[in-house]
Design a protein around this ligand. Structure first.
Ligand code: NAD
Length: 246
């Protein structure tokens, strides 16, 4: 199928859907200047990212742990939503959409998307594991009440996802007519189970990713390319004149 044919097929599915679930990953934010994890130049290729994504480093070296996450927050703070985030926010204005994101950058919400479930937490929130105060992000990477080294409110290796958020993501996946996977290798569990759950409950699956994925074979429509280009093109077909679809 040519790309234009696939775009039309995907937009037909979205236009007739009653409920849509979107699972987004690091590829969505790449055009905003935030590296993915597994691509060339991805974050996993830098040793410190792996090390400081575990609470062991927090216990062993809290000062460097806090400094590392402060720097990542500063890098992310410069990032702005790209055309892909904006197109997804626009989709939410014309369809009933639950956004499930693995990203911790907050850019979907900044683009105006509603109903966003942050499966892996947010780097824009911090919490203190000493006195449990939440808020921030705090200057100096320390809790403003007890001055203990703080941690970002993101899910680290070995930690569980927030059960309530995961449950809502599972419910949205089971209830949707169309599941759109965007910019994710779909290798990290339990997020990777969500499209499979949606398929099991009878949803149509659209996969939009820069490179082929294992899930492609199960998808109704596959779009290979950049989210920041393909999502606006897709929305142009779904909602050509920018008004609400009922
Ligand atoms: P991943 O790195 O495993 O996969 C990213 C996928 O996006 C790849 O398959 C790649 O081909 C694709 N991609 C790259 N550029 C793209 C583009 N412009 N358009 C469309 N697709 C593109 O990332 P993941 O699946 O999200 O899982 C990794 C974990 O990384 C998650 O737990 C997430 O919390 C974390 N993470 C978050 C951020 C962020 O918040 N922006 C950044 C890096 C990693």
């Amino acid at each position: 199928m040519f790309l234009t044919d696939s775009l039309i097929s995907a937009s037909d599915l979205l236009r007739t859907a009653r409920k849509v679930a979107v699972l987004s990953g690091a590829g969505l934010s790449k055009a905003s200047g935030i590296p993915t994890y597994r691509d060339t130049g991805g974050l996993w290729r830098e040793g410190d990212n792996l090390r400081f994504s575990s609470l062991d480093a927090y216990k062993e070296d809290p000062r460097r742990f806090a400094a590392f996450w402060k720097k990542r927050l500063a890098d992310m703070g410069k990032a702005r939503p790209n055309a892909g985030h904006q197109a997804l926010a626009r989709l939410g204005r014309v369809r009933e959409v639950t956004h499930v994101t693995q990203n911790v950058d907050g850019l979907l919400s900044e683009a105006g998307a509603q109903n966003v479930l942050e499966l892996h937490g947010s780097l824009r929130r911090w919490r203190c594991s000493q006195c449990s105060r939440g808020g921030g992000p705090w200057l100096y990477g320390r809790c403003i009440r007890c001055f203990n080294y703080a941690r970002p409110d993101v899910v680290m290796f070995g930690e569980s996802l927030d059960p309530e958020t995961l449950l809502r993501a599972e419910q949205a996946s089971a209830a949707c007519d169309v599941f759109l996977l965007v910019g994710s290798s779909a290798l990290v569990y339990p997020a990777a189970e969500l499209p499979v759950k949606a398929l099991r409950f009878g949803a149509k699956l659209i996969v939009l990713n820069a490179e082929p994925l294992l899930l492609d074979h199960a998808a109704d429509v596959v779009l290979h390319g950049d989210a920041e280009k393909l999502l606006p093109a897709l929305l142009q077909h779904v909602d050509p004149v920018g008004r609400s679809i009922t």
